[in-house]
Design a protein around this ligand. Structure first.
Ligand SMILES: Nc1ncnc2c1ncn2[C@@H]1O[C@H](COP(=O)(O)OP(=O)(O)OP(=O)(O)O)[C@@H](O)[C@H]1O
Length: 636
């Protein structure tokens, strides 16, 4: 007896959305269902390694597509692993994917945007409801005698229960909507299948009908013409990665990418390598054109599809790529691992370590190739926007490849317009004068704060480029860096800003003179602020601002990082600030002229608060700051 079940809330929501947002290309349902069938066949092939009995009765694994014009149905069948009743209820009634909730939370209600998001999520089986108003699934698990059915009209509930099915595998029967009847047409089907599934490893056969020509002696007109037909294989069924890269066309790589990742768009780049010799392997890696919504989710499944000698072994084998390359998609096929390899075994195997090293290099090479391709500038910009930030994790995570990764990073800079990161370290080095021995950078909470920072004044005056770093990860990344092509990284906020040969002798003399001239003022400020700061000195970096603070460490911690570390339970020592003042600024002249000690103190406090505000975005006692400023403004 069939039972009625309610869909998991997320599924019901997804189905409603599907019904509303008619995709611009409804044909993807066929790709999704053929992909599922191909996965089912792969799983059976893998299971039959240990249990050959499973495929004995029906050894030729294949996928079949049959249109029935009279019944207005389209059936996608496979003789793969099949599903038990419990599996059908679970797999076709819920979405087991990690991050589903996070994904659902992202949906905005705007149909167009949501349809795009759904593309990223991959609706899989449920895409059947794009073209069908009723879907029936008949399935018999390999090794089981009993079969089961599942049926739904995609409106909140499904029915399932025991059923009859003579053979192993799964039939997905689509009762087509009136506006999807074109999918009964043989040529539409053939085109769509070859477009999306030409190079999957399993043959896809299409039922092709033919009406035999009448023979002359056949006089009985009242007997309907017998419809006969045959199964015709419509895809190439040659696993794409086993072909020589020279034989494969760009469009075929793109179609295979869609099959592999369920993406709706094209990849930015790909790399197909076959390596022979001691460690034999083939990799086919892709750079997606869009970051998945859960790129930063810890639950996200990453990794490559693993094949051992063309037999599919597992999805999401994360062991072959470092975490910072988790956006790379693709597959690896090797004969260096046993067919019965498990995730645990993979983890421990020295072969995995070797392969990971090789695959990492291939992936970085693929990215570098895109970076250097003059004709792919747009794709490269997209890459930087989507994945540049993740790549930065590699600077700390993967010291071996640090230089290679650094070359791929792009930054905003005082020499480039706007916040978009476009400047490479190589550009920076090439542009800077030879006598400049450092790469200067400034960390700030936002790009806007960086651009207007007082620490940049001396650099502007001297025409020295400074990298403006305002990604959350920058501060952590830079802590893992010492140099690039022999140039040290120096923070623009460094307490003893080392400008090396960029500072000329004349300027140095002028600075010394200014220092001597301001000794009295500096001393007065020091006394006024005693206990609040480490020290006071004349600045050689300020031009327009009155004052700034510098920390004990060259790179002062931003309040954001401080908060993050504190939240993570780390002890973060208080920063000890030194106040740097610009004696040429009218505010300091005004303070110096003040003879009343109480008023002078107010000036000194105001100058310190201003400096703190510019760097840290906050002052210790905002109310006192406001009161003091008002008093001074009103000349009290
Ligand atoms: N033809 C089939 N044979 C056996 N199992 C199937 C078949 N089609 C679907 N399934 C099962 O149903 C599950 C859900 O399928 P669905 O297409 O919705 O998601 P998925 O394949 O896991 O993910 P996605 O397609 O988004 O990558 C599959 O993981 C699989 O276990």
């Amino acid at each position: 007896m069939a039972e009625v079940h309610g869909f998991q809330t997320e599924v019901a929501k997804l189905l409603r959305l599907l019904a509303q947002s008619l995709y611009s290309n409804p044909e993807v349902f066929l790709r999704e269902l053929v992909s599922n069938a191909s996965d089912a066949v792969d799983k059976l092939r893998f299971a039959s390694i240990t249990d050959p009995e499973l495929t004995k009765n029906d050894p030729v694994l294949r996928i079949r597509v049959k249109a029935d014009k009279a019944a207005k149905t389209l059936t996608i069948s496979d003789n793969g692993i099949g599903m038990s009743l419990a599996e059908m209820n679970e797999n076709l009634g819920t979405i087991a994917k990690s991050g589903t909730e996070a994904f659902m939370a992202k949906l905005s209600g705007d149909e167009k945007k949501d349809a795009q998001l759904i593309g990223q999520f991959g609706v899989g089986f449920y895409s059947a409801f794009i073209v069908a108003d009723k879907v029936t699934v008949l399935s018999r698990r390999a090794g089981d005698d009993a079969a089961s059915m599942w049926e739904s009209e995609g409106a909140g509930t499904f029915e399932s229960g025991p059923a009859e099915k003579a053979t192993r595998g799964t039939d997905v029967i689509l009762h087509l909507k009136d506006d999807a009847l074109n999918f009964l047409d043989r040529w539409t089907l053939e085109d769509t299948i070859t477009k999306y599934s030409d190079h999957i490893a399993t043959p896809v056969e299409l039922w092709v009908e033919s009406t035999p020509a009448k023979k002359d002696d056949d006089k009985t007109d009242d007997v309907e013409d017998a419809v006969v037909g045959e199964w015709k294989q419509v895809n190439d069924a040659k696993a794409l990665w086993t072909m020589s890269p020279r034989e494969v066309k760009d469009d075929e790589y793109k179609a295979f990418y869609r099959h592999l990742t369920h993406a709706w768009n094209d990849p930015l780049a790909w790399a197909h390598n076959r390596v022979e010799g001691e460690l034999e392997y083939t990799t086919l890696l892709y750079l997606p054109s869009e970051a998945p919504f859960d790129l930063y989710s810890r639950e996200k499944q990453n990794g490559l599809k693993l094949f051992v000698e063309r037999v599919f072994i597992m999805e999401d084998a994360a062991q072959f790529l470092p975490n910072y390359l988790r956006f790379v998609k693709g597959l690896i096929d090797t004969n260096a691992l046993p067919l019965n390899v498990s995730r645990e075994l993979l983890q421990a195997s020295p072969v995995t370590t070797k392969l990971k090293k090789a695959v990492t290099k291939r992936a970085l090479d693929m990215i570098a190739k895109l970076a250097n391709d003059e004709e792919k500038k747009d794709a490269w910009r997209t890459f930087t926007a989507q994945f540049g930030r993740v790549l930065k994790e590699g600077v700390v995570e993967d010291p071996t490849n640090q230089t290679a990764i650094l070359k791929l990073l792009r930054f905003s800079s005082t020499a480039a317009d706007g916040a978009e990161p476009t400047v490479s370290l190589a550009d920076y080095v090439k542009r800077s004068p030879e006598k400049q021995k450092a790469i200067y950078y400034l960390i700030a909470g936002t790009h806007e704060a960086a651009v207007t920072s007082p620490y940049l004044e001396v650099f502007k005056k001297k025409g020295v480029e400074v990298l403006l770093l305002s990604d959350r990860i920058d501060e952590w990344m830079i802590s893992g860096l010492t140099e690039f092509e022999g140039r040290k990284f120096i923070s623009a906020t460094a307490s003893d800003l080392e400008l090396g040969e960029l500072a000329d002798a004349e300027e140095k003399a002028a600075e010394e003179a200014a220092k001597t001239a301001s000794t009295g003022l500096v001393e007065r400020i020091r006394t006024a602020l005693s206990g609040k700061i480490e020290g006071v000195r004349v600045s050689n970096r300020l031009v327009e601002s009155a004052a700034c603070v510098v920390g004990e460490n060259d790179q002062m911690m931003t309040p954001q990082l401080r908060r993050m570390l504190e939240a993570a339970g780390q002890q973060v020592p208080e920063e000890k600030f030194t106040l740097e003042v610009n004696p040429n600024h009218p505010l300091l002249a005004r303070a110096e002229a003040e003879t009343d000690p109480a008023k002078f103190n107010a000036w000194a406090e105001l100058i310190l608060d201003q400096a703190m505000l510019a760097d840290q975005g906050t002052v210790k006692d905002p109310a006192a700051f406001v009161r003091r400023m008002n008093e001074l403004l009103l000349g009290k």
